[in-house]
Design a protein around this ligand. Structure first.
Ligand code: G3I
Length: 733
C-alpha cells in the first residue's frame, strides 16, 4: 500500500515533469530519432569532427545517430595536410574519411584555399623568396587535385575558397598614406599576390579534379549588411565570368542574441538570386554577444550557465532552424561546428552546441528535432485584444481568438526579455526588441485554454509583467493571463444571478505555531432565514467541501485563478447543485522540496485541517457536521494530501476528490461503505489512461466513482475548474 501511494505521488510529480527537469532529474533529450532523420525531408545535418570524435565509441555513436554529413574540423586544411612541399600528412585526414566510408556518411571537404592554416610554403621558393603567382597557381593546383582525388569518393561538397572577403566595420583604409575606400577583399597573401583571380583559379582547379562535386564559397558573418553585399558581388562577378561556384557557405558562428530571423532571411534571399545551393557550414551559438569566425573571441568564464541563457540558446536554435526549413529549397546542409561544447573551438564556457561537455544532449537538441512543421506556416489571426486579467488601462498582454498570447515590455537597455509562457517544453517565449526599444513577441502557438501563471526574465532577473494583476503560484505572486476557452461560460461572472461571497478567515494554528488563513465561499442564500421542517424560521446549514490548492499556491489560488466562487454561483443558479460551503485553506505545501517526494506524508496539514481548521469552520459557519457532510478534494499536491489524509482518516470525510492528484485503488480503501463518492480527474495532456483505468476499477469494486478528462488541457487551472464543476454536481447527494 505505502509503495502504491508513493507510486501515485510520483505519477502526479511526473505530470509536472518540466519542473522536475529543473529540479535536477536528468532528462535524456537525445531519446527519439536522430536529427538526420527528423530533417530527412529538408536538408542533411552535419558535424565537424576531430580525432577523438571518430575514435571514442560514445562519440561515434552520437555521430552515426544524429548526422549524415561530416566535416574534418582541421585535418584537411592545407597547412595541416600539406605542411611542406612534397610533404603530406594524411594520417588523421584518412582516418576521418575512412570512418565516413565505413559508416556510409558523406563529407563536406573543408577547405582547399584559405588565408589561415594555409600551406604558406606555396608563396616562397626554397630560399624564402616570394614566388610568382603562376608558381603559386601550379602548387595550389597540385594541392587541390591531390586532396580532391584522394577524397572525392566520400565528399559531396567542397569549401573551395574560405573567407576571402573583408569584414564589416572598416569602410576605409590607408594605401600609400591616402584614405581610400577599403577593398572588399581580405588583404590576404593570396589576394596581395593574385588579386581576386586566385578565387577563380581555385574553383577551376577544383572543378577539374571533381567534375560533379558541389563547389562552395564559404565565409562567416554573411548576414552583416556590408559583408553580405561584398560576397554577393564577388560570387556574381565570378559566376558571370564562368567560374564554377555552385553555392555559398554561410558559416553561422552566431550567438544567442544574433542574428534575428529577418536579417538571416535577408542574406539567404540575397544569395538565392545568384546560387541555388546554400550550406550552413559551421553553426554554433555562443552565449555572449560576439559572432563570426575570427580567432579573437571571449572564452567565457568557468561558471554554471544561468537557466535563462539556456532558454535564449534553445529559442535562437529554434528560430534559426525554422528559417532553414523555410528555405530548404536552397539550404541543402546544416553543419554544427564541433560535436560538443568540450570540442568547441570557442571553448567549453561558451556552451555553443546542442551536446554539452559530457556529450549529453541539451534541450536545444530536442527543440531542434521535435519541430512542428505545421506550426512553421502558422500565422496568428490578428484579432488580439487586451487580456481580461490586465491591470486597468493596460493594453498588453493580449490574446487572440485562437489562443495566441502577445506580450509587450518596455526595457530599453535590456539584452533579453523572456516570458515564461510558451509552447510546451520550450522554456518560454523570447521577445525581440523593436525599433523603438520595446520588447514584443507572440507565443509560437496557441496556449492551452484557461488560466496561466507567468513571469518575465529580463537579463536573468525575474519580474512580473506590469500589465497584469498578480496571482500566487510557484511560491510567489506571478503574472497571469486568461486564454479563451470554448466552454468558458461555466466560470463567467453572470450579472443576472445571485452571488455568494468569499470570506477570509484567519485562525491560530497551534500545530504550526502561527496564524493560518482560509477563504470560505458562502452560497448566495447563506444565512437567510427559511421556514424549517418545524415551520420555524431558521438559518439553513450546509455541508462543506474542503478544496485544496497545489504546490507553490495558497488559499487565494482557488478563489481567484480557480474562480471557485463564480463556478459555485453558476451551478446553484442553474439548479445543478444544492448550495454548500467551500473552504479553501493554505495546505502547507510550499516548504516541500522536490526530490523528497518519498518522504511526503501531509501529516502537518492533516493536523491543521482536522484538529484546527474544521473546528473553526464548524464553529464559525452554519455547517452540517459529520463525515457525510464533509468532502475533501485537491489539485496536484493538494490531491496528494487528499489521498494521504482520506486513507489515514476515513472517518472525517465522506466525499473524496483528486484533481491531477493521483488515483485511488480499491485495495487501498478496502470497503466501499467508507466513502460515498470518489472523483478523479486530469487533463488529456496528463495521465488520462491512469484516471480511466482507476475509475473503472473502483466502479468494478463497488465504489461510486466518477472521472473527468479535461479536453485540450494539461496540469493547469482550466483542468481543475472543469473538475470542480463536474465533481460539485455529485457531492452531498
Ligand atoms: O596542429 C597544431 C598542433 O600541432 C599544436 O600542438 C597545437 C598547439 O597549439 O595547435 C594545433 O593547431 C591548432 C589547430 O586548430 C588544430 O587543432 C591551432 O593552434 C588552432 O588555432 C586551430 O584552430 C582552428 C581554427 O579554425 C584555426 O583558424 C579551430 O580548431 C577550428 O575550429 C577553426 O575553424 C574555423 C574554420 O576552419 C573556418 N571558419 C572559422 C572557424 C573558426 O575559426
Amino acid at each position: 500500500m505505502k509503495k502504491r501511494i508513493f507510486t501515485g505521488l510520483v505519477l502526479v510529480c511526473l505530470s509536472i515533469l518540466p519542473t522536475m527537469a529543473q529540479w535536477g532529474r536528468p532528462v535524456d533529450y537525445s531519446a527519439g530519432p536522430g536529427l538526420k532523420d527528423a530533417y530527412k525531408n529538408y536538408f542533411t545535418i552535419g558535424v565537424a569532427v576531430n580525432k577523438t570524435n571518430i575514435s571514442d565509441p560514445a562519440q561515434t555513436a552520437i555521430i552515426k545517430k544524429q548526422f549524415n554529413s561530416v566535416t574534418a574540423e582541421n585535418a584537411w586544411k592545407p597547412g595541416e595536410i600539406h605542411p611542406k612541399e612534397g610533404v603530406w600528412n594524411f594520417g588523421l585526414a584518412d582516418s576521418i574519411a575512412n570512418f565516413c566510408r565505413e559508416n556510409g556518411i558523406k563529407m563536406r571537404g573543408h577547405c582547399l584555399c584559405w588565408h589561415s592554416q594555409f600551406a604558406d610554403w606555396m608563396f616562397t621558393d626554397k630560399k624564402g623568396k616570394p614566388v610568382k603567382k603562376e608558381v603559386f597557381y601550379e602548387r595550389l593546383r597540385e594541392h587541390i587535385h591531390t586532396v580532391v582525388n584522394r577524397y572525392k569518393d566520400v565528399v559531396y561538397a567542397w569549401d573551395v575558397v574560405n573567407e576571402a572577403m573583408a569584414d564589416d566595420g572598416r569602410p576605409f583604409e590607408f594605401v600609400d598614406g591616402k584614405m581610400v575606400p577599403a577593398s572588399p577583399y581580405r588583404q590576404s597573401r593570396h589576394f596581395k599576390l593574385c588579386g581576386d583571380e586566385f578565387i577563380a583559379k581555385a574553383f577551376e582547379f577544383a572543378r577539374e579534379a571533381d567534375p560533379t562535386g558541389v563547389l562552395i564559397y564559404n565565409d562567416y558573418s554573411c548576414v552583416d549588411n556590408g559583408k553580405r553585399e561584398r560576397i554577393y558581388t564577388m560570387v556574381k562577378k565570378m559566376k558571370d565570368a564562368g567560374v564554377p561556384i555552385d553555392g555559398i557557405g554561410m558559416q553561422g558562428h552566431y550567438n544567442i542574441y544574433f542574428p534575428e530571423e529577418e536579417q538571416l532571411e535577408k542574406a539567404i534571399n540575397r544569395f538565392k538570386e545568384i546560387v541555388n545551393i546554400i550550406h550552413i557550414t559551421e553553426l554554433d551559438l555562443r552565449t555572449n554577444t560576439e559572432s563570426g569566425g575570427q580567432l579573437r573571441f571571449s572564452r567565457g568564464e568557468a561558471k554554471p550557465q544561468a537557466p535563462y541563457i539556456g532558454t535564449l540558446q534553445e529559442d535562437q536554435y529554434a528560430r534559426l532552424f525554422k528559417v532553414f526549413r523555410k528555405h530548404a529549397d536552397v539550404i541543402k546542409n546544416v553543419t554544427f561546428w564541433n560535436l560538443s561544447d568540450k570540442d568547441s573551438w570557442l571553448g567549453v564556457n561558451n556552451h555553443p552546441l546542442p551536446f554539452d561537455e559530457n556529450f549529453k544532449a541539451k534541450r536545444s537538441l530536442q527543440i531542434i528535432r521535435d519541430f512542428d512543421a505545421a506550426a512553421d506556416k502558422r500565422v496568428p489571426k490578428e484579432d488580439f485584444v487586451p487580456n481580461p486579467m490586465n491591470q486597468p488601462g493596460q493594453e498588453y498582454p493580449q490574446v487572440n481568438s485562437e489562443g495566441f498570447a502577445r506580450f509587450r515590455v518596455e526595457a530599453p537597455d535590456a539584452k533579453s526579455v523572456i516570458v515564461s509562457l510558451g509552447l510546451g517544453g520550450r522554456g518560454g517565449t523570447v521577445l525581440r526588441k523593436d525599433k523603438d526599444g520595446v520588447w514584443v513577441g507572440t507565443t509560437e502557438g496557441p496556449m492551452d485554454p484557461g488560466f496561466h501563471y507567468y513571469h518575465l526574465t529580463i537579463d536573468g532577473g525575474v519580474f512580473n509583467d506590469p500589465g497584469t494583476h498578480n496571482y500566487f503560484g510557484s511560491c510567489r505572486w506571478e503574472s497571469g493571463i486568461e486564454i479563451p476557452a470554448p466552454d468558458q461560460d461555466f466560470y463567467a461572472w453572470r450579472k443576472d444571478i445571485p452571488h455568494g461571497n468569499i470570506q477570509q478567515v484567519n485562525f491560530w494554528s497551534e500545530s504550526t505555531g502561527k496564524m493560518q488563513t482560509a477563504n470560505v465561499y458562502l452560497p448566495p442564500c447563506y444565512g437567510k432565514l427559511v421556514k424549517g421542517k418545524n415551520g420555524k424560521l431558521e438559518q439553513t446549514r450546509y455541508p462543506v467541501l474542503y478544496l485544496q490548492h497545489g504546490w507553490g499556491e495558497n488559499e487565494t489560488s482557488w478563489p481567484v485563478q480557480g474562480k471557485a466562487g463564480i463556478i459555485m454561483d453558476n451551478l446553484i443558479a442553474d439548479g445543478k447543485i444544492k448550495p454548500f460551503i467551500v473552504v479553501m485553506a493554505y495546505g502547507l505545501t510550499n516548504d516541500f522540496k522536490f526530490g523528497t517526494i518519498g518522504k511526503f506524508t501531509a501529516e502537518e496539514f492533516e493536523k491543521l485541517l482536522i484538529d484546527e481548521l474544521i473546528p473553526v469552520v464548524e464553529k464559525q459557519f452554519l455547517t452540517k457536521e459529520g463525515k457525510w457532510n464533509r468532502a475533501l478534494a485537491g489539485l496536484s499536491m493538494g490531491g496528494m494530501e487528499t489521498k494521504l489524509i482520506t486513507l489515514r482518516r476515513p472517518e472525517v470525510f465522506g466525499y473524496w476528490g483528486l484533481l491531477s492528484g493521483g488515483q485511488y485503488a480499491p485495495d487501498e480503501i478496502k470497503d466501499p461503505k467508507i466513502v460515498k463518492y470518489i472523483f478523479e480527474g486530469c487533463g488529456d495532456k496528463e495521465n488520462p489512461d491512469g484516471i480511466n483505468k482507476s475509475v473503472e476499477s473502483l466502479k468494478a469494486a463497488g465504489y461510486n466513482a466518477e472521472g473527468l478528462i479535461s479536453e485540450g488541457t494539461a496540469h493547469e487551472f482550466l483542468t481543475w475548474r472543469r473538475c470542480l464543476y463536474q465533481m460539485a454536481q455529485s457531492l452531498f447527494k
